[in-house]
Ligand binder design. Structure first.
Ligand SMILES: Cc1ncc(COP(=O)(O)O)c(C=O)c1O
Length: 377
């Protein structure tokens, strides 16, 4: 099997732990283990856990907490995975046969775009339009989805734009999937990471052939747990578990228990409130910085996620810009090229305020040099 490189993940996994400022991350500052465990008694109890194999599809306790998030779902509707990235992999592996047409929302976290191709499917692009505040055109969707469409893969709230799907788009999506009998695969890993506005509504519950992907890495600030999940019809979830037997077997024992703590109803709301306050505080810093650059940047303010997708007027390729920033200023951002969109950069804003400010100062230093070079040319 040939794979297309997952450019953004290669870029991040190569550099994110060695740069001075990592502004490539799309989630908020991770919660320390001590903060998650909170009291000494809980920490003590935790130390007594055996480092054993855990239940392959997730413990019933964890699956029950996850099921609570989805109207009418039971633990049998849930498969716990190693990150939401594994959830996407299992879903696509199961769904895509060579020659299948899969409609993929773009731009997107490019995992599903790459997986469709790896499994021999054909990607049909459903474009988010900047002039529509990063919404797709419902007419375009209905012309893309045909009887040959096996699945429609969306990411809502969206990475990299931070946009949340509008009501008209949601309706058109469900109508199109239902009319043509296509599966709906919705990656909702930023659900709950809304900077403003109401909690994003999952597409779960309105249509039988729906698979929801989510996890604790973004809205919950717990990427190191590597806990993700799929919610779907029980018979499909049972089939997906069979694929999981070929990948990671089971979530790690400790992560499953820590996820139970994070998803207890009161605690999960506290965690999501923490995320929102980080986003509000840091977006103010980033928005000021953008404003100080006048017409250099244009953008649609993100609704969710610790990311801002900026169009820049510099006449420099986005990968070249990101590379110079990495090599000369030890600062990591994601070039628009990684989403097939040169002329944009994605800037992460989820870390501590001072860290964000210093990272942005490094970008400023490069911008000054670029201006000076242009002046000389
Ligand atoms: C939309 C989306 N889905 C999935 C993932 C993978 O996350 P994880 O495997 O850490 O849950 C990411 C990571 O950036 C993402 O942005």
């Amino acid at each position: 099997m040939k794979i297309v490189p997952f450019e953004m993940e290669r870029w991040q996994s190569t550099w994110e732990n060695s740069v001075d400022y990592n502004l490539s991350e799309s989630g908020v500052q991770p919660i320390p283990l001590r903060e998650l465990l909170r009291e000494e008694a809980a920490t003590e109890r935790f130390l007594d856990h055996p480092l054993a194999y855990s239940q392959g599809n997730g413990t019933p306790e964890l699956r029950s907490e996850i099921a609570d998030l989805y109207r009418g779902a039971t633990p049998d509707h849930v498969l716990v995975t190693t990150g939401s990235s594994e959830a996407n992999l299992l879903a696509m592996w199961h769904l895509v046969e060579p020659g299948d047409e899969i409609v993929v929302m773009l731009p997107n976290y490019m995992e599903n775009w790459g997986l469709v191709q790896a499994f021999g499917g054909n990607v049909k692009s459903l474009r988010l339009r900047e002039d529509r505040k990063w919404q797709f055109n419902p007419d375009e969707l209905s012309s893309l989805v045909t009887r040959k469409t096996k699945a429609i893969a969306i990411c809502d709230p969206n990475n990299p734009t931070g946009a949340v799907m509008g009501d008209a788009q949601r309706k058109s999506l469900l109508d199109a999937a239902r009319d043509r009998g296509a599966w709906l695969l919705s990656d909702e890993v930023y659900l709950g990471a809304e900077r403003e506005g109401p909690r994003t509504q999952s597409v779960w519950g309105d249509y039988e052939r729906t698979l929801i992907v989510n996890g604790l890495s973004k809205a919950y600030g717990l990427p190191g747990l590597r806990i993700g999940w799929i919610v779907g019809p029980p018979e499909t979830v049972a089939a997906l578990w069979g694929y999981h037997d070929y990948t990671t077997l089971a979530p790690t024992y400790l992560s499953d228990r820590l996820a139970q703590i994070a998803l207890a109803p009161k605690r999960r709301e506290e965690i999501l409130a923490r995320t929102r306050s980080i986003l509000q505080r840091n977006y103010a810093i980033l928005a000021d910085w953008i404003r100080d650059h006048g017409s250099l940047f244009s953008y649609v303010p993100p609704t969710a996620g610790a990311i801002c997708f900026l169009r820049y007027a510099l006449g420099v390729n986005s990968s070249d810009l990101a590379w110079r920033l990495l090599k000369e200023k030890s600062t990591l951002i994601v070039p628009g090229d990684h989403f097939g969109m040169d002329g944009y950069i994605r800037v992460g804003m989820g870390d501590a305020p001072a860290y964000l400010t210093h990272g942005l100062e490094r970008i400023d230093a490069l911008l000054r040099e670029l201006r000076a070079e242009k002046g000389k040319a």
